[in-house]
Design a binder for this molecule. Structure first.
Ligand SMILES: [Ca+2]
Length: 516
């Protein structure tokens, strides 16, 4: 009897010890930050020393993918661990906050939870002890934030402020609980407005064009020709930061800014020069990337600031820090900007993670991760079971260099927003470790790529007579996965009701959110 009491007491003590030691989770996510604009991922166009530090001190996931490459769907998938067709956010639909989320599970298990920054899911956040979000897209300068009690405008630059608010949360949290904070940057989303300190950082630099910048689209389906996300034709005067005539006001000014110019007059060494055609396209690329990369520079600086804060407070040793983006982005690749397509630059999410003393350091993991894995991973970090309804699995073993024997060698993708903002055709597809098959289902048009021989995805082999066995095998895998993830074409023809720019944006006022 005495022994058993003693045993119970020591068990209780050790459980309390374990509870106190549960790791904190700092999840930093930017918006539209392509992995190929991070030097740790081999960027040819910029340097990101603070993100590189995270890579050096932790693990870099080489093949982490968004299951539906746009903002709100990726966010809904990260919160629920489920594909769009099961979480109800295939495009820009209001997220049903009554459903289970990883924040709710962590909160119920004793974590202090917070959501700071860009939310873009339409409904008020649930499962968070504290939240402070941008309405809709929010603004880069002097942003309005909504919280549990109301709203306030904070002077300054969004990326700096979101970091400040994240640090404030960590500072003021109850110290007897582990914490989980989602620090979601607005940057580097369009319209790519840099902080003043970085505005001219890339102005005098020539940014090399990607090798596929002049892709002719030969052999591809109609989709890439029909989309309106090209650098050559679809960037607006607003995107290019062209100054409207001083006398234009209100609607007329907005109208002027939304024009996609076919001729631009610039001044070089005091002489005016008119740009058209190829010269204009090249100039547009420079303007786009100069501002995009300047926005990334602020993100990198602020990741460093957060890492420094964790170091100074001694929190680093028991805090998992993750950096990712809600999807990738075309940086002139295939002549495009934006995301949406199932091509590599769009679906690949940067994913860096540091967990001192537990996972590898300076290690690159090539096995495939999907954003459905994030929620199960957070639960695993917290020592919690993963509910069966979640469709991904924990990435923690991969970070230790352990590859479960049944780890995925293919993943399923589905994009719905057609015509959407960029006339991008709906499609689904499968990516294996060596190949990719895409189906633009509304037109029954297909593309197939050999990723080993053609990593830039320039040669559509779908109709190649020598590839029919490969095509058949990929089709079989595609429909096996579609069934396995319970995609019954729930949203193939019709979207669920509601949008992400509704009530919260109305509450804050239209000026609190930027135009897409
Ligand atoms: Ca995004």
């Amino acid at each position: 009897m005495r022994f058993s009491l003693l045993a119970s007491f020591s068990l209780a003590c050790s459980l309390a010890g374990v509870a106190a030691q549960r790791p904190n989770i700092v999840f930093i996510m930017s918006d539209d930050h392509a992995a190929h604009a991070i030097s740790a991922y081999g960027s040819r166009i910029n340097q990101t020393p603070n993100l590189d530090r995270l890579a050096r001190e932790g693990v870099r996931m080489e093949n982490c993918f968004a299951a539906n490459s746009i903002c709100s769907p990726s966010r809904a998938t990260i919160l629920t661990g489920k594909y769009s067709h099961l979480n109800g956010v295939p495009t820009f639909n209001t997220f049903d906050g009554a459903q289970p989320t990883v924040a709710k599970y962590l909160q119920a298990a004793g974590y202090q939870t917070a959501m700071i920054g860009k939310w873009h899911l339409g409904s008020e956040p649930t499962g968070f002890d504290h939240w402070m979000i941008l309405p809709g897209q929010g603004t880069y300068h002097d942003p309005v934030f909504l919280d549990e009690n109301g709203q306030r405008t904070i002077k300054g630059y969004a990326t700096d402020i979101i970091t400040d608010l994240t640090i404030d949360f960590i500072k003021n949290r109850p110290k007897d609980k582990p914490f989980f904070v989602m620090c979601h940057h607005k940057a580097p989303h369009r319209p790519w407005e840099p902080n003043d300190k970085y505005r001219t950082l890339f102005a005098s630099k020539h940014i090399p064009e990607p090798s596929t910048f002049n892709d002719s689209y030969e052999g591809r389906t109609d989709a890439i020709r029909e989309c309106t996300q090209t650098v050559a034709e679809d960037l607006t005067r607003r995107d290019l930061k062209l100054a409207p005539p001083a006398d234009l006001q209100g609607a007329a000014r907005n109208q002027w800014l939304s024009v996609t110019p076919t001729e631009v007059t610039i001044e070089i060494d005091g002489r005016k020069q008119s740009l058209t055609g190829e010269a204009l396209t090249k100039w547009k690329y420079q303007r786009y990337l100069q501002d995009y990369l300047a926005c990334v520079q602020s993100v990198d600086e602020n990741v460093g600031r957060l890492l420094d804060y964790l170091d100074q407070t001694g929190l680093s040793t028991n805090t998992v820090v993750i950096y990712t983006s809600d999807q990738g982005f075309f940086l002139g690749d295939h002549g495009l900007y934006d995301k949406r397509f199932m091509y590599e630059e769009s679906i690949r999410m940067p994913f860096l993670v540091r967990w001192p003393g537990v996972i590898k350091t300076g290690f690159a993991q090539k096995k495939m991760a999907v954003n459905t894995d994030f929620a199960p991973t957070f639960l695993d970090i917290a020592g919690l079971d993963v509910p069966a309804e979640m469709q991904g699995r924990s990435l923690v073993p991969l970070w230790k260099g352990q590859i479960p024997a049944d780890w995925r060698t293919s993943f399923y993708y589905r994009y719905y927003h057609d015509p959407g903002d960029h006339n991008t055709r709906a499609h689904y597809g499968v990516r294996t470790e060596t190949h990719k098959l895409l189906c633009f289902w509304k037109k029954d048009q297909w593309e197939m790529y050999d990723l080993q021989k053609d990593p830039e995805e320039l040669h559509n082999l779908y109709s190649d007579p020598g590839q029919q066995e490969q095509v058949a095998s990929l089709k079989k895998e595609l429909f096996r996965l579609k069934k396995a993830v319970k995609d019954d074409d729930q949203y193939a023809d019709q979207e669920p009701p509601g949008g992400v720019d509704g009530a919260l944006v109305r509450r804050a006022g239209n000026k609190a959110t930027e135009k897409k």
